[in-house]
Design a protein around this ligand. Structure first.
Ligand code: ATP
Length: 259
């Protein structure tokens, strides 16, 4: 298995390296000895069907899901015992469905993730965000709950970028979006990656996001079945076969907690 060797823009140096990750919920083991590498500057897509364990893996990486076993190295630091706050302060950002406060304005949603920054830094970050996502400037006074699904995803992405992270973990940006909105999101994410300041790890079940991938990791039934450059993935595997073959995880996924 190879990993962390994406397209031309990828340095090959590791931003993130997880080894032997196992975790789950109560007696349900969800991740089985998962290895994952994310090269600095890459756009790594973690592709897997519904229930494959993608969200659980991202939550383990940001520190919201306790590990049963395994290690996580981020920019050379062993972070598996770090709190989520410390990981965020070190430059890891996590974008999920849950991150939007519908009753707050678009701008307050952005401000809330930048709490603690000085006024001038906050102002600068907001300006940078509005320059990158002009639509959010137009809608900045409106409640986030009034945005369309695609616009809410955009706001989630902008929130994730507010603290200028080095590593952005993003959970299913395509979920609930129309094919057109997915295309727009893929284009936006590709621009973010092309800017070169952030490394992206994207969990998805929609193979459309492979358009922006430099590296692909396939997760099925909580196990990694492939990891490598997207070109290798495309040349060695039929995407549909690889992907839809994952819809049926191994029959035995139940073990005692902590095993
Ligand atoms: P989806 O695309 O549906 O979000 P996923 O690949 O992100 O899928 P997870 O959400 O990580 O998968 O779920 C993996 C397994 O863990 C599933 O069997 C799910 O039912 C189970 N699971 C997830 N969250 C919990 C929880 N809080 N309590 C118990 N089981 C959970």
């Amino acid at each position: 298995m190879s990993g962390g060797e994406g397209g031309a823009s990828v340095s090959g140096e590791l931003c993130l390296e997880a080894r032997g990750l196992s975790t789950g919920y109560g007696a349900l083991r969800v991740l089985w000895d998962v290895d994952l590498t994310v090269a600095r500057g890459s756009a790594t897509v973690l592709l897997g069907a519904n229930g494959a364990g993608k969200t659980t893996l991202l939550r383990a990486l940001i520190g919201l899901r306790p590990l049963w076993a395994g290690s996580i190295s981020y920019e050379g630091h062993a972070i598996e015992r770090w709190s989520p706050e410390r990981r965020i302060a070190a430059g890891v950002s996590y974008v999920s469905e849950m991150g939007i406060f519908g009753g707050l304005s678009v701008e307050d949603n952005l401000r809330v993730v930048a709490t603690g920054l000085s006024r001038s830094t906050m102002r600068g970050q907001l300006e940078r965000t509005y320059a990158q996502f002009p639509l959010l400037r137009e809608r900045r006074r409106e409640p986030a709950g009034a945005l369309s699904g695609g616009q809410r995803k955009l706001l989630g992405l902008a929130k994730g970028l507010m603290r200028s992270p080095q590593l952005l973990l993003m959970d299913e940006p395509s979920a609930g979006l129309s094919p057109l909105a997915v295309s727009e999101m893929v284009t936006t994410l590709a621009q973010v990656v092309a800017d070169g300041s952030v490394t992206l790890l994207l969990a998805e079940q929609n193979a459309q996001v492979l358009e922006l991938a430099t590296t692909v990791t396939i997760l099925g039934g909580g196990r990694v079945s492939f990891s490598g450059p997207v070109g290798e993935f495309r040349s060695t595997a039929d995407v549909a076969e690889q992907f839809f073959g994952l819809a049926h995880p191994p029959a035995s996924t139940i073990t005692p907690e902590g095993e």
